[in-house]
Each structure stands twice: as C-alpha cells, then as structure tokens.
Design a protein around this ligand. Structure first.
Ligand SMILES: [Zn+2]
Length: 219
C-alpha cells in the first residue's frame, strides 16, 4: 500500500512547488506594475463601454449658460460611478433603450467658471461647497430608443421649472412612464434621483468623495 502512495506525495510536492512558483511570478509582475486604478480613480466612460450616446451640452454653447465651458466633450467619472452606470445601461439595453449623457464629472475650475456666468444657487451649485458633479459621482442623463430617438421626458435637460420635477402631476402618461423607467433602473443600480431635475442621478456612495479639480486631456 505504501508503494503507490510515495510517488503520489512526490507528485503533490512538485505540483505545490510549481504552483507556488507561478504565484510568485504573478505577484512579481504585479509588483513591477502596481495597480493604479481603484474605485475612486477618475476614468473615461468610453474606456468601459461603447454603448452610450453622448450629447455633452457644456462642451457646446447649447446650454442654459449659452457658453461652452469644457474644452472638449469627455465623460470622466469615478470608476465606481462608471461601473454602476454601465450596469444600468445594460438593463436599459435589454428593454430596448440606451442612456444618453449630458454631463458627468465637472472639475471645480469649471464649476467656478459656471458660477461666474450665473451666480445663482438655484441654477448653479456654489463652488465654495461644490456639487456631486465635482466629486465624480453624478450624471445628467436621458434615454434614447435603439433608433437613437430621445424619449419624451416632458422638458429638455436643464429646464429650470416645476415641470422638470419628478412629482409634477400635469404630464402625459407616456412622459410619466419614461421618467419612471429611468428612475427605476437607476435607483436599482444604487443611484439617487434629485426631485427637481428628472435628468440628474448620483451614486449613493459618491457623496463622501472629495471635490476634485482633476482635468482630462483634450488632445
Ligand atoms: Zn446634475
């Protein structure tokens, strides 16, 4: 009985040595290239999914400020916001829709620029406090169908009136259902809605992240 057992143990030992060696190799590679991306690192949404539609309003003058405040249209967010947003978009795609993006992370300098143009906290967050957009945890979004047509949400993006509220009652059934669809999936994926703006969602866990002034490259 002992005869076949010894080679078996030898084989096990060899396997153990080989597997340890391979683990060491892997950790050696990791230590040479330490991971620099974590949950709160700012990343570009485009690097995580090609399934979003972009209409970055503040990179054009087609916004309530009538001013182009971004040098180029990019959607940067903290990685955890991107991961949750991609998950939400997968759910919308299953239902025949896609997320359309109006705004993402907004560096503090841009917030200051906006505040200079419209110094009214009703329309622009005061940069002395900063907003969740400055923390990389907020997105302004709508939905389009698979032909790219935007769903009717009752008002345009950045419409500052009571009609943009989630609870505004005088809307058609279709508009109410469209807003509700957006809200249902987004809240299921750990975003909070904002009562007075149907387009605004922020990641629940993003509230405690720091206001940032990190900027992206426009090359
Ligand atoms: Zn917003």
């Amino acid at each position: 009985m002992t005869f076949p057992f010894k080679p078996f143990l030898l084989l096990c030992s060899l396997f153990w040595i080989v597997s340890c060696k391979s683990q060491m190799d892997v950790s050696g590679i990791v230590s040479k290239n330490p991971p620099i991306v974590n949950d709160t690192t700012f990343v570009n949404l485009k690097d995580y999914s090609q399934d979003f539609i972009y209409d970055m309003k503040y990179a054009t003058s087609d916004n309530f400020l009538k001013s182009k405040v971004y040098d180029c249209a990019e959607c940067y967010l903290r990685r955890k916001t991107v991961i949750a947003l991609v998950e939400a978009n997968k759910e919308f795609i299953k239902k025949g829709y896609k997320i359309k993006i109006f705004d993402c992370y907004r560096p503090l300098d841009i917030q200051k620029k906006m505040w200079k143009i419209v110094s009214n906290p009703q329309y622009v967050a005061n940069p002395s406090k900063g907003s969740i957009h400055n923390r990389g945890g907020a997105v302004d979004i709508s939905l389009v169908n698979l032909e790219g047509k935007e769903l009717d949400m009752g008002t345009g993006f950045d419409f500052f009136g009571i009609e943009a509220s989630h609870d505004y009652p005088n809307l058609s059934q279709e508009i109410k259902e469209n807003r509700l669809l957006l809200k249902k999936i987004m809240t299921e994926k750990n975003f909070n809605s904002f009562d007075s703006e149907w387009w605004h969602y922020n990641l629940k866990s993003g509230l405690t992240d720091k206001v940032s002034n990190a900027k992206w490259n426009c090359d």
